[in-house]
Write a protein that binds this ligand. Structure first.
Ligand code: 6PG
Length: 255
């Protein structure tokens, strides 16, 4: 599914643009349903966003008290490991103490059995996404953040892995041969039930991947996992910087 694309001049402007959208979505969700559910991601792209939400005065009134923070994927490592997505979010976003601890839901990735970690996280999600908070049997997150890997992966949905075919579970342990490791990840149906999906890419080394995926979309050719992101009844937007956007891509937003 071709996303709506916004191209921003630099990392800072991109982070502000996404932070403003998240803040607006948070206010609307809370007004409509009393809470805001956000799934965070790993990688480098969300770091300026996390820092801005944590430190910029423009977001001082962000309604963290009614925001529930989850994770879209995780590495199979303990929470204090330098590669843990939770660890990154803690250092860049949660460290200010603005997000109540009770509103942060991490994968218990210190558990040795990856399958158990995935089942445990799905249980946690099921506690907070009751049938009324689901869409066609999957959790209806208000916003899910994603990134794009050089090989077209998103979350921990890597090429040629079993998780790509999962149709029932919300969360799986995905054996990734190219990493020779398990990753924990939301599945496509769980991601695609979201109200808003925002994919950020700020790393110039991803320029080719961005171009290849968009080209494949135009050709109706589907070799990249990220192309299975297709919200069933929600919005899908990619936020790119001029350094990651293909040169021919029309600039949609430039504040
Ligand atoms: C992770 C991710 C992964 C990431 C992409 C893009 O935990 O690493 O969830 O899917 O989003 O690899 O990474 P960058 O943001 O660094 O480009």
């Amino acid at each position: 599914m071709k996303p709506h694309i916004e191209i921003l001049p630099d990392n800072d402007t991109l982070a502000r643009n996404v932070a403003d959208k998240i803040q607006e979505r948070a206010r609307c969700s809370i007004a409509e349903r009393g809470r805001f559910t956000l799934a965070l991601t790993g990688g480098d792209s969300p770091v300026p966003l996390y820092q801005m939400l944590a430190e910029d005065p423009a977001y001082r009134d962000f309604p963290w008290e009614k925001t529930l923070c989850f994770f879209g994927d995780e590495r199979h490592v303990p929470p204090d490991h330098r590669t843990s997505n939770y660890h990154q979010a803690k250092q860049k976003l949660f460290h200010t103490g603005l997000v109540p601890d009770d509103n942060i839901f991490r994968f218990r990735a210190e558990i040795p059995d990856a399958e158990e970690v995935a089942a445990d996280y799905e249980q946690t999600l099921r506690k907070y996404f009751l049938p009324k908070d689901q869409f066609e049997g999957f959790p209806r997150f208000d916003v899910i953040l994603l990134g794009l890997g050089a090989n077209g992966h998103t979350a921990s949905l890597f090429p040629c892995t079993q998780a790509l075919y999962e149709k029932k579970r919300w969360v799986v342990a995905n054996q990734v041969p190219e990493l020779d490791k398990f990753r924990l990840t939301l599945t496509f149906p769980a991601i695609n039930a979201a109200r808003e999906i925002y994919l950020e890419s700020i790393d110039p080394r991803k320029k080719d991947a961005v171009a290849n995926v968009l080209k494949a979309e135009e050709l109706n050719f589907y070799p990249y996992p990220v192309q299975s992101i297709a919200p069933v009844s929600g919005n899908y937007c990619w936020f790119l910087t001029e350094a990651t956007a293909p040169s021919h891509q029309q600039k949609v937003t430039s504040p």
